[in-house]
Each structure stands twice: as structure tokens, then as C-alpha cells.
Design a protein around this ligand. Structure first.
Ligand code: BGC
Length: 752
């Protein structure tokens, strides 16, 4: 049995813990790695490289195509997935198979568990859960024959209409970096190499292979690169995937600043820089910039797969460049040594996985349920006219009729698309799709975890009716007669395309998956229902023009294979909601920093600078619909007694008490923000830590959050270094980024 010192939700592992104590992969392992694990991996890798021919070395730095494309290739029986690098049997080097694994293993017919999407995981704010998430996916990867998981997206939600928002973990660098590190540690403890991606500034899908992110150094370092920095330095992933786009005019996969100056030299990354699939554009420039592995690569000469032309820069062209001296042998040796030391260090060299094992679906389902319960966010819970209590939780004993409307709630729960999708296990998919392309599908999948059935089971004495939402007038009439109406609303998104708007998709904006106008449906139902609750299944924020007319809103993201059960558990109060938003929900699209996503202008200019996510709304004084960090509970909490203390090195400790002032047990995510001294050009505040505390009714707990100096620093673009500035810092503790009752205290830091 795996030993995870901070496993379970009872023991909080806040950001300070991750940075200080949860960051060493060897601490979270069934058999602690020997102290010299790094040195031993390095020397074994170097000894192997010394015995290899140039051809053998080149073989290890590129893939041989896409196994799951079904075109055949030199793949062992049973290996599908996204990539494969053959081994070298003469030297005992095993091959390595890779599979996408954003929220579960993306291999068809594998019966892998579809966990809630990564954005949901982020909403739990629970690094222990992220560790378990990474471990679960790795266990399934390994049993299916994969030694490397291509999950772990950490791009920040600069543009929330990004079609991959569900694969990422929101808009804050510290939350994302912390959760990424915990996930990576969980994965690699199971002897599977973790990838984090897409490095970097790959924040929208429109023109994703040609767009150029134009962004200044300070902005990069304080926003998205900080998420990667925490993920890399605390999680120690074996692989970092460089992205398709250009950054300041240079392709990310041949960008010496990103790959060598920052990642390898400054952060000390010892693993492999792997290109996104066809993101390699050169041989010499890429190799010299720091790219270590071309994916998917090819066997010879390139092959055509819909959506991809396979590139081949690290195959014979790399051998030629090394022979000609334009890529030094020392660089090739470094690439190979990185590959081998990573395989040795994380256990796939000495214990290579073999395909053909069976996934433990009941273990997978148990974690999927737990994550869905912990990550759903109660956004609104108001008292309906004539009632004395908020609409939620539902009390089955007092309900004689419930009407459930729309969102295929009779069939299942929605999932996202693209390489971050998890194919449904055998017999578990429902699709209302019109057509699909082979690689990047336009077709949404609903897993057969029907909220309707779970709601019926919670209220056996009530009449539960389902209407599919295609007839808003009929739905409204039924809602008027019922004790409560629950409307399910969905927003499908996928890799390869951005959302046209954060507005709930309709039959005109998502012709593949929607057959009616969801906003019109909710408005019609809300006009007549006595009590109305909206349950959202989505990857990005959604606009809610009807918010003032509904009583409850439950955000369940893409909730995975146990989503229907989790939603019912939360609606009926068997589980008390505890998730909080990892991303701001704006009132309207025009409140976003980027007004439109240009289809033609490939320059994506980060003109908002440091004002990413909630920093934008705070800096511009725009009221969001729901702020970053917001989330309600069926109990209530109060905060008191804030103290902040700084030591001579700029380490700050914040302590305060959180009390459960209501009548139900619950878990509160207590958030700590810092406002830096005036005059530094910083946004009004930034998240610097948090702790999730489980409290019985009436119980109070002292919270202590330690904040490392880096999290209070600014990036000095002249010195190219973090700078801790002199001055007075406000530390703010509260229930969200805009808690009117937040406590605050000031500390003075002597900068250096
Ligand atoms: C995606 C990556 C993915 C790769 C392999 C690319 O198109 O951007 O996230 O890992 O395909 O499927």
C-alpha cells in the first residue's frame, strides 16, 4: 500500500507545506528512494551513453509515430497511446510508451477511469487529492503498459475561452504550480514519468501552431512561468513538453531562453524537454536551444495523419548534424543522458511496465467520486419566496415532486474533448453527436452516470420527472407544478478550438452537441418555477444572465465517471460542498482582458501585463459575477485573530483561527493573499497560500500558513532575478479573493 504522509482530506497540505515539505518526490514513495538516487541515476545513465553508437543515441531522442493513429508502426503488441520510443536490447534499455492522461488515460478500450477534469481538481485546492489523482492515473498507465503520462497541463487561464481550460488548473500561478507538483509527485511515486505542459504561454487554441505570444519578461515570470517554476522545482517531473506556439518570435521548442536559460539553468531541470506533437521546427536550432526529444517523430520520412504531418528533425537529420559538427556530440550525449537518467530515476528502466493488465475500476470509481464531491463549487444558494431556508440542500422528506430538465441528465455527465479526453469504459458512453473527425473530435461524450437516476434514488417518495429541454414552454409548465426544478446546463470544449463566448452554448453556437438555447430554457423555467437550481457541467467559466432569477447554482465542472452520484450527494446534503473557484467568472465577455480572439492576427499580445485572472478584475475594478476563490457551504465559517510575522529573510508566517459557526460539518479553504508595497506596479493582491480545514459544528482551528520570500517578490527584468522589495506588506486572510469580511495585517520586510 502506498504511503502518502499527507493523504486524505483531514490533513491539510497547503502551499507552504508543498513548497517546504511535500516537494521531494522521494518522500512520497512506498519504498523511500535511497539518498543517492539522483547520483546513481546520473552515473548509470552516463555509463550507458558511453557504450552507445551515434545511431543508438539518435534512436532514443525521437518517437516513432503515433500508435493510437492506427497506421501501424514498430510498436509492441498492446501498445496504443500517443507516442513510443523503442529500446535498445543490447544494452538492456527498455522501450517507453506514452499516453495522454489529463484526467485519466486516453487509450480507447482500456477501461481507464475518467476522473473529474483537472480544472475540477484545482477547485478542491487540495494537494493531497492532487497527489492521489496523479497516483491513480499512473497506476492505470502502468497496468496498461505506459511508462510516461502526458497529463499535467499548467497553462494559466489568461484567455478563459481557451478550449483547453478544462485541462488546466485555473488562473493563479501558485495554486496551479502547487497542485501540479503534488500531482507529479503522486504519479512518479508509482514509477511512471510525469510530463508537465505546454511550456509556455500556450494560452489559447486559435492558431495554436502559428501564434506568437508577445509578452514581457516580468509578466511571464510572475504569471505562467511561476506556475511552471513551482511545478518543476517542487514536483521534479521527468518531462516538460514545449508548446506549439512561438514566444516573442521564437518557437517554444527552439527557444533558448525558455528551454535552457530558465528551465535547465535557472530551475535546474534534470529531465527531458519533449516537443509537443509536431512542434519541432528545426534540427540544429532546436537541439542547441535545449530540445531533447522530438515527438511524435517518425520511422522515416514522415507520414500523414489527419491533422498532422509528422516531422522528422531528430532522426536522420540529427545524425547528419552531429556528424557534420553543427550539433556537438556533447549535446546529443546530454539529450540521451537526460532520457536515461529520467527513466532510471523514476523506475521505468528497472521495472518497465508491460501492456495487458486490467484497470481496477472500483478503485478508480472511488477516487472519481471523492474528487467530484470535493471539487464541486456551490456558487449560489438563496432563499426562495415563501421559504425560510436556502434552497439547498434539498430535503427529500419535504419534496413530493421534482422536475429535472436538460443537459442529458437522464443519460450521464459531460466530458471535454481532444487529447485531454478520457474514452468511456466499455458500455459507458452516451453521445448525441452528429459527426466526428478521427483525431480531434467534435463530438461530446457523456459518461453514463446519470444525475437523474441518482436524484431519484435520493428521493424515493417524490415524483421525479425528466424533460430534455428542447421545449422550454413545456419545461416551464412542468417546473411550475413541481416543488423544485433542477436544470442541467452544459458547455462542451475541446483542444483545437476556442469557445466563441463564455455564454452557455446553444444550437447555433455548438451545432454538434446542442439542440436548444440553454439560456432561453433556464430563463423560461426560472420565470415559473417555485424553486430552481442550475447544475453546470463545463470546463470554462459560464455567463449567467439568468442568475438573479434562480435560487441555486452548483458548479460541477466535467465531473467524471461518478459525476451523477456526486451531484446528487451534494444537492441533497450528504456531502457538504467545499470547492472554491480556481478561475474568475466574469459578468460578460467584454469584461475579459482580450476582447476577441483574432482568427487572423497571429500576434497574441499580453498587453494586460501582470493583470492575469483576478488581478485584472481587481486592478481594473471590474466586478466579477463570481470572484476567484469563491465557494459556499451548507455551514458557515468565521475568521478571527490574524497575526502576521516576517523573519529577517523575508519568510512570512500568517496565523488565524477559522470556526465552523453553523450546524453541519464541513471543510473550509482559508485563503491568504498579499498586497505588495505601493509603487512596485503590482496588481492589488496575489494569492500566497491557503489551508483547507475540516471542522465539526462549533469547532475552531488555528491555521498557520508559511509564505516563502519568492511568493512575495517581483521579477526584476533588468537584473533577470527575483527581488524581495523593502516595505509594508498587507496579508489578507478570507474566504475568497473578494471576501468583505477578510482580515488583514501588515508586516514590514527588509528587501534584498
Ligand atoms: C497536444 C498534447 C498531447 C499530444 C499527444 C498534442 O496535440 O497538444 O497536449 O499530449 O498532442 O496527443
Amino acid at each position: 500500500m502506498l504511503t502518502i504522509p499527507f493523504a486524505g482530506t483531514a490533513i491539510a497540505c497547503g502551499v507552504a507545506l508543498v513548497v517546504a515539505a511535500c516537494g521531494n518526490g522521494s518522500e512520497i514513495s512506498s519504498s523511500p528512494a535511497p539518498v543517492d538516487a539522483d547520483a546513481s541515476a546520473n552515473s548509470r545513465a552516463a555509463a550507458l551513453v558511453a557504450q552507445m553508437t551515434t545511431a543508438e543515441k539518435v534512436q532514443l531522442v525521437h518517437g516513432v509515430g503515433i500508435p493510437n493513429a492506427g497506421l501501424g508502426g514498430p510498436y509492441p503488441a498492446g501498445v496504443a497511446g500517443a507516442g513510443y520510443i523503442p529500446g535498445i536490447s543490447r544494452l538492456g534499455i527498455p522501450g517507453i510508451a506514452m499516453a495522454d492522461s489529463a484526467g485519466g488515460v486516453n487509450v480507447v478500450n482500456s477501461n481507464a477511469t475518467a476522473l473529474p477534469a483537472p480544472v475540477a481538481l484545482a477547485a478542491s485546492w487540495d494537494p493531497a487529492l492532487a497527489n492521489a489523482y496523479g497516483a491513480r492515473i499512473a497506476t492505470e498507465l502502468r497496468v496498461l503498459g505506459y511508462g510516461e503520462g502526458l497529463g499535467g497541463g499548467v497553462n494559466l487561464a489568461r484567455e478563459p475561452r481557451n478550449g483547453r481550460t478544462f485541462e488546466y488548473m485555473g488562473e493563479d500561478p501558485v495554486l496551479t504550480g502547487t497542485m501540479s507538483a503534488a500531482r507529479t509527485i503522486g504519479t512518479q511515486a508509482q514509477k511512471v514519468i510525469a510530463t508537465i505542459k505546454h511550456y509556455a504561454m500556450n494560452d489559447q487554441e486559435t492558431n495554436r501552431m502559428t501564434s506568437n505570444s508577445v509578452v514581457d519578461e516580468r509578466t511571464m515570470r510572475e504569471t505562467e512561468l511561476l506556475a511552471f517554476e513551482l511545478g518543476v522545482t517542487q514536483g521534479l517531473p521527468g518531462s516538460v513538453m514545449c508548446s506549439y506556439n512561438l514566444v516573442n518570435g521564437v518557437y517554444a521548442c527552439e527557444n533558448p531562453y525558455l528551454l535552457t536559460t530558465v528551465l535547465k539553468n535557472e530551475w535546474g531541470f534534470k529531465g527531458v524537454v519533449q516537443s509537443d506533437w509536431t512542434a519541432t521546427h528545426s534540427t540544429v536550432a532546436a537541439a542547441l536551444a535545449g530540445l531533447d526529444e522530438e515527438e511524435p517523430g517518425d520511422v522515416s520520412g514522415g507520414a500523414s495523419i489527419p491533422g498532422f504531418t509528422l516531422t522528422s528533425y531528430f532522426n536522420s537529420k540529427l545524425a547528419d548534424a552531429v556528424n557534420a559538427g553543427s550539433v556537438p556530440m556533447a549535446r546529443l550525449n546530454d539529450m540521451v543522458e537526460r532520457k536515461l537518467r529520467t527513466m532510471i530515476r523514476w523506475g521505468v528502466f528497472d521495472a518497465p511496465p508491460t501492456p495487458g493488465g486490467a484497470v481496477d475500476q472500483s478503485a478508480g470509481n472511488a477516487l472519481a467520486l471523492q474528487v467530484a464531491q470535493q471539487s464541486s463549487v456551490l456558487l449560489k444558494n438563496a432563499v426562495a419566496g415563501g421559504d425560510t431556508q436556502p434552497v439547498l440542500p434539498l430535503n427529500a422528506a419535504r419534496l413530493s415532486s421534482i422536475v429535472v430538465i436538460g443537459g442529458h441528465a437522464d443519460a450521464g455527465v459531460l466530458s471535454g474533448g481532444g487529447s485531454g479526453a478520457v474514452p468511456a469504459a466499455a458500455g459507458n458512453a452516451v453521445s448525441g453527436c452528429v459527426s466526428a473527425s478521427p483525431l480531434l473530435s467534435t463530438c461530446a461524450t457523456w459518461y453514463k452516470s446519470a444525475p437523474l437516476a441518482a436524484i431519484e434514488a435520493k428521493a424515493p417518495n417524490a415524483t421525479v420527472t425528466f424533460l430534455d429541454g428542447t421545449n422550454p414552454a413545456a419545461a416551464a409548465t412542468a417546473a411550475a407544478k413541481a416543488d423544485v426544478a433542477i436544470v442541467f446546463a452544459t458547455q462542451w470544449e475541446t483542444e483545437g478550438a476556442d469557445l466563441p463566448s463564455l455564454s452557455l452554448p446553444s444550437n447555433t453556437t455548438d451545432t454538434f452537441n446542442q439542440s436548444y438555447d440553454q439560456n432561453a430554457l433556464i430563463t423560461a423555467v426560472a420565470a415559473q418555477a417555485k424553486r430552481v437550481i442550475v447544475v453546470l457541467e463545463n470546463g470554462s467559466p459560464v455567463l449567467m444572465p439568468w442568475l438573479g432569477n434562480v435560487h441555486g447554482v452548483l458548479e460541477s465542472w466535467y465531473p467524471g465517471v461518478q459525476g451523477g452520484q456526486a451531484i446528487a450527494d451534494l444537492l441533497f446534503g450528504d456531502v457538504n460542498p467545499s470547492g472554491k473557484l480556481p478561475i474568475t467568472f466574469p459578468v460578460q465577455d467584454s469584461d475579459l482582458p482580450q476582447q476577441t480572439i483574432s482568427a487572423t492576427d497571429t500576434a497574441v499580445t499580453y498587453s494586460e501585463g501582470l493583470l492575469m485572472g483576478y488581478r485584472w478584475y481587481d486592478g481594473k475594478q471590474i466586478a466579477p459575477l463570481f470572484p476567484f476563490g469563491h465557494g459556499l457551504s451548507y455551514t458557515s465559517y468565521s475568521y478571527s485573530g490574524l497575526n502576521a510575522h516576517a523573519d529577517g529573510s523575508g519568510n512570512v508566517t500568517v496565523t488565524f483561527s477559522v470556526r465552523n459557526t453553523g450546524s453541519r460539518a464541513g471543510s473550509e479553504i482559508a485563503e491568504v493573499y498579499a498586497a505588495l508595497p505601493a509603487g512596485l506596479g503590482e496588481p492589488p493582491k496575489r494569492l500566497v497560500g491557503w489551508q483547507k480545514v475540516a471542522l465539526q459544528p462549533g469547532q475552531s482551528q488555528q491555521v498557520s500558513v508559511s509564505i516563502a520570500p519568492k511568493l512575495l517578490s517581483t521579477w526584476d527584468a533588468t537584473a533577470h532575478a527575483w527581488k524581495l522589495n523593502n516595505g509594508a506588506y498587507q496579508l489578507i486572510a478570507g474566504a475568497s479573493s473578494r471576501d468583505p469580511n477578510a482580515l488583514s495585517a501588515s508586516v514590514t520586510i527588509a528587501g534584498h
